[in-house]
Design a protein around this ligand. Structure first.
Ligand SMILES: [Zn+2]
Length: 102
């Protein structure tokens, strides 16, 4: 029986989100080294008491995302809250029947 549970002093995602939301001074953010910065514009890696965590934060909504370096940019490309703009209730579409009955 091999348990791979890490005994590092890492926090759970909920705990990370909690300290992020409450602006706890023990949390800090830093972009990892060796990454393509264009994908990290809106993200930073999460540090708790200067210990790197397996999480990143989306700077747009301060959302915590599970991330390890092996994930690369997959997590970001799946997240995309920038693209998920709040959906405004669109008025009933007007049918544009142009150049239909010629
Ligand atoms: Zn986001």
């Amino acid at each position: 029986m091999s348990s791979t549970n890490s005994t590092k002093s890492t926090l759970s995602k909920a705990e990370i989100q909690g300290v992020v939301t409450s602006n706890d001074p023990s949390i800090s953010f830093k972009k990892p080294t060796g990454v393509r910065s264009e994908f990290w514009t809106n993200y930073s890696q999460v540090y708790h008491k200067n210990i790197v965590q397996d999480y990143i934060i989306c700077l747009q909504r301060r959302a915590v995302l599970k991330w390890i370096s092996e994930n690369g940019i997959i997590v970001m490309s799946h997240h995309n809250c920038l693209k998920n703009k709040p959906v405004t209730t669109t008025p009933s579409r007007q049918r544009t029947i142009s150049s239909y009955c010629q």
